[in-house]
Design a protein. Structure first.
Length: 41
């Protein structure tokens, strides 16, 4: 199985989807850190 080239990766994941996924990941990270410190105290 060959590795997909940049073009097909770009077609599969649009910039909008990428920025949305990044936003969700950042929110989850912030929530995780907040929850961690709340549990610690």
């Amino acid at each position: 199985m060959e590795i997909a080239n940049s073009r097909s990766i770009g077609d599969a994941f649009s910039l909008d989807q990428l920025s949305w996924a990044t936003k969700v990941a950042l929110q989850n990270t912030v929530l995780g850190i907040t929850w961690y410190f709340l549990q610690k105290s």
